[in-house]
Write a protein that binds this ligand. Structure first.
Ligand SMILES: NC(=O)c1ccc[n+]([C@@H]2O[C@H](COP(=O)([O-])OP(=O)(O)OC[C@H]3O[C@@H](n4cnc5c(N)ncnc54)[C@H](O)[C@@H]3O)[C@@H](O)[C@H]2O)c1
Length: 339
């Protein structure tokens, strides 16, 4: 198995899981994200993964790796991951996310057409979903008429350069199955959180709030804090990847919404309250305007994933966030750069 972006948060958790299940795992990463070197050291201490320092924008280098390994599975996670960064530098965002994914798909088409390709897409491909009514109830937003959440038939509406570059890649992954018969699947992921996530203000809000809370840093709330997200613990996500591999012949060319679903939702204010309660202290808050593409609610419908993958989340939000706070508390040295 080849995991691009395998030294990142989701990547290192996936690599650890699959290596422990006796997969031969190769991690490909350019180590551009803060924390990736520590993640790679952690992984190397526990597993015997191989590592390729490659940038996905370099199509020759990507081609060489795929040609050499002819992997059974490519889990494609490498990406520029922040909406805010994509607004500041849309070209770099496009080159990493859209062209980088194209490079991986092309390498598979040319050198390893039997490979199963899993793409980590995002719920941002659905944009602001202004056609769906939202109401406020008990200090949190919710859909007026969608009790089970958003399903895969929701119109695509790429919003922000990040939404566009991820959306392009999402559609290429589906189309390479349709046109070239490659085995591909795209996971439109909601907020994923968990250990080894170096969340920052711009991306990875559950981890960032937890890190800032433990270290006594200021948390900026964009919008009114009542926005709702379904959140998924990374171990559950990795099990969903495993389920897709198990169903590779029946899910090819399909998109799945993968997140915590209606049973695992949280508003920003609810997370703040939970952290204050767990840590027994008041957090330092600042307020600012909504950010581009921010949805007041996103909750995905897990029906398709349950039916076709036999998968559903198993870690509750309280359990998952408690484990994350403990991990941050035990690894304060990893966040020394915040001081
Ligand atoms: N974490 C989430 O909540 C979430 C939600 C939806 C989708 N996703 C997607 O899941 C994937 C993994 O996200 P993550 O949270 O682990 O992020 P992450 O930033 O921790 O991991 C991304 C990895 O890609 C690497 N990378 C960046 N540019 C690269 C390049 N040009 N060449 C090679 N490697 C490069 C980084 O060094 C990093 O290790 C991304 O594609 C992201 O868009 C994440």
């Amino acid at each position: 198995m080849l995991i691009t972006g395998g030294a990142g948060f989701i990547g290192v958790n996936a690599a650890h899981y699959f290596a422990n299940k006796d997969w031969q795992v190769t991690v490909l990463d350019n180590l551009s994200r803060r924390g990736t070197e520590a993640n790679l050291d952690w992984l190397r201490e526990r597993t015997s993964i191989d590592f390729e320092r490659v940038d996905v924008r370099d199509h020759r280098a990507v081609g060489d790796v795929i040609k050499k390994l002819k992997p059974h599975v490519v889990l494609h996670l490498a990406a520029q991951v922040a909406v805010t960064t994509s607004v500041l530098d849309p070209r770099e965002d496009f080159e990493i996310n859209a062209l980088g994914t194209f490079n991986v798909l092309e390498a598979i088409r040319q050198f390893s057409p039997e490979t199963f390709f899993i793409y980590a897409s995002t719920n941002k491909v659905y944009g602001k979903m202004e056609d769906i009514g939202v109401i406020e109830r008990n200090g949190r937003y919710e859909y007026r008429n969608l009790p089970t959440g958003v399903n895969e038939r929701q119109l695509l509406d790429f919003h922000s350069p990040y939404g566009c570059s991820k959306g392009v890649a999402d559609q290429y992954a589906i189309d390479y199955s349709r046109i070239y018969g490659l085995k591909t699947v795209t996971f439109r992921q909601s907020c994923i959180y968990g250990e080894r996530q170096f969340g920052i203000e711009d991306q990875g809000w559950v981890a960032w709030f937890s890190i800032a809370a433990v270290l006594g840093k200021t948390i900026t709330l964009y919008g009114d804090g009542k926005q709702i997200r379904d959140v998924l613990q990374v171990k559950d996500l990795v099990r969903a990847y495993e389920a897709a591999i198990g169903h590779r012949d029946t899910v090819s060319g399909q998109a799945f919404n993968i997140g915590g679903g209606p049973c695992n939702t949280m508003s920003l204010l609810e997370l703040i309250a939970y952290l204050e309660n767990e840590l027994g202290q008041k957090l330092i808050l600042r307020w600012s305007d909504w950010r581009p593409g921010d949805q007041p609610v996103f909750v995905c419908d897990l029906d398709k994933a349950e039916r076709l993958l036999g998968w559903r989340p198993s870690v509750s939000v309280n359990q998952g966030v408690r484990a994350l706070i403990q991990w941050v508390g035990q690894h304060r040295e990893l966040f020394a750069w915040l001081n």
